[in-house]
Design a protein around this ligand. Structure first.
Ligand SMILES: Cc1ncc(COP(=O)(O)O)c(C=O)c1O
Length: 454
């Protein structure tokens, strides 16, 4: 047993309930505010965008929420995902640390995103919805919702951030294979898109802009609902099956992580892995270090303000309290497209404010170095987003080597990079450079934060 590599659960161990961190928080999450009245929104305010079942999950306070059987049935296609011990990486690093990763790249779309795409599509189908609009950064989320839409007979329109639409034509082809329609954002299809194009015809786009387009499409058409791949409470909730499985897999391994790591764009793969562990801690269990890793070119947690802000660029969403770089901030076009978001999940922001987690920012070249090192030992080519978690796990393992400590390090390998090989080609050709955001632009975006009484 001691040299086991994969820790695998059988299908009967797919979690039956999602875990809701809100039930265990020492301080409740600040309310979501209506942008006009600045008063807390009620479920009815969100109804144009989401079906009521998902709205109720968004505001739920009970600790566990049952996963309907048809959703568990789909999860069975790839779940439980494996927990893998990176023994070869440990050897190459010469570290006394043990490194484990939860591998979410086994899903049909190649990442953790179908964990929430499937329930979102299913609850919409149950509410009689036939059309969904959404945004995608890396293309992982768009592919995942396209896949889920195909399963449940829902038409999906995806606004893909321009820079990633250009960088990753095969992601678009995958979405189209699943039957979705994919448009580059900003697009001429929406008022929000047209306004951006009028000012900057060559705009690389951003998740904030693509969200505006998708929200606008849903808000203007009662037949269309909107679906978001990260940030919101119900999205993070759906992802908690990742951490719940991991806790069981560590029991199989007879081990327990000291450090838990995830990359953060909107925060959903990080939360999915970390929140069940944080829940154990908040209910009296042991304290672990939990690290959220973000790109230095879009450093929401480490450089952003904790403030009420819009979730999108055109200011169509309600106001949420989160770490933000300002909703008009457009990050440079680095390769981890799924991490190019100006905000952070309110729940992740809240636990950061409470001192329950740490945050760290890395530039992209060092992340790709780590991704290549990982691939050469472990075989899996990480998605550019996931290389941030790999970088952090390797750095923690090297710290353990220096300190002579045999800690157990766990990270979320949120997806594979098979559709991201252009980024690796650029890296090998020396074309990948570290990119800094524009300080003036950040200052301007932060100065434009909406004013909300404390
Ligand atoms: C593979 C992968 N990891 C991580 C992320 C970041 O999103 P989140 O922070 O919601 O997990 C994305 C987003 O597209 C992704 O595709």
């Amino acid at each position: 047993m001691s040299d086991q590599v994969k820790f695998v659960l059988d299908e009967t161990r797919i979690p039956k309930r999602w875990y809701n961190l809100a039930a265990d928080l020492p301080k409740p999450l600040p309310p979501v505010l209506h942008p006009g009245t600045k008063q807390p929104v009620g479920p009815a305010d969100l109804e144009p965008l989401f079906p009521m079942a998902l709205i109720l999950q968004e505001v739920a306070t009970e600790r566990e929420i049952e996963i309907p059987e048809p959703i568990r049935d789909v999860y069975r296609m790839w779940r439980p995902s494996p927990l893998i011990r990176a023994r070869r990486l440990e050897q190459v690093l010469g570290t006394p640390a043990k490194i484990y990763y939860k591998y979410e790249g086994v899903s049909p779309a190649g990442s953790h995103k179908p964990n929430t795409a499937v329930p979102q599509a299913w609850f919409n189908k149950e509410a009689g919805i036939k059309r969904l609009s959404t945004e995608t950064g890396a293309g992982q989320w768009g592919s995942s919702l396209a896949f889920a839409g195909a399963l449940f007979g829902i038409d999906v329109t995806v606004f893909q951030v321009r820079v990633s639409y250009d960088q990753k034509p095969y992601r678009r082809a995958l979405m189209e294979t699943y039957g979705a329609r994919c448009l580059p954002s900003p697009s001429p299809e929406t008022e929000s898109g047209r306004a951006i194009l009028a000012k900057s015809p060559d705009s690389p786009g951003s998740l904030g802009i693509a969200i505006s387009e998708a929200v606008e499409m849903a808000a203007k058409d009662s037949q269309v609902k909107y679906s978001l791949g990260s940030v919101l409470n119900h999205v993070l909730l759906h992802q908690t099956i990742v951490g719940q499985e991991t806790i069981e897999q560590f029991e199989l391994a007879g081990d327990d992580p000291d450090v838990v790591i995830g990359c953060v764009g909107g925060g959903s793969n990080f939360a999915g892995l970390a929140f069940p562990f944080l829940g154990l801690q908040l209910r009296g269990g042991r304290k672990r270090r939990v690290i959220a890793v973000e790109p230095a070119a879009c450093p929401t947690l480490t450089r952003g303000k904790y403030a009420y802000d819009f979730g999108d660029t055109a200011h169509l969403t309600p106001l949420v309290k989160m770490h933000t770089l300002g909703s008009t901030f457009i990050p440079p076009g680095f390769h981890a497209g799924g991490l190019r978001y100006h905000g952070m999940a309110p729940l992740v922001s809240h636990v950061y404010e409470l001192g329950l987690i740490e945050a760290r920012a890395y530039q992209q070249v060092t992340c790709f170095q780590a991704g290549v090192e990982f691939a050469r030992c472990e075989g899996i080519v990480p998605a550019p987003e996931a290389t941030h978690a790999v970088r952090c796990a390797i750095d923690e393992a090297l710290r353990c080597k220096q300190e002579g400590k045999a800690e157990t390090i766990l990270f979320n390998m949120s997806g594979h990079g098979h559709f991201d090989m252009q980024a690796y080609i650029n890296y090998f050709e020396g074309k990948l450079v570290d990119q800094d955001y524009d300080e003036n632009e950040l200052a301007m975006a932060l100065a434009g934060l909406p004013s909300v009484a404390a």
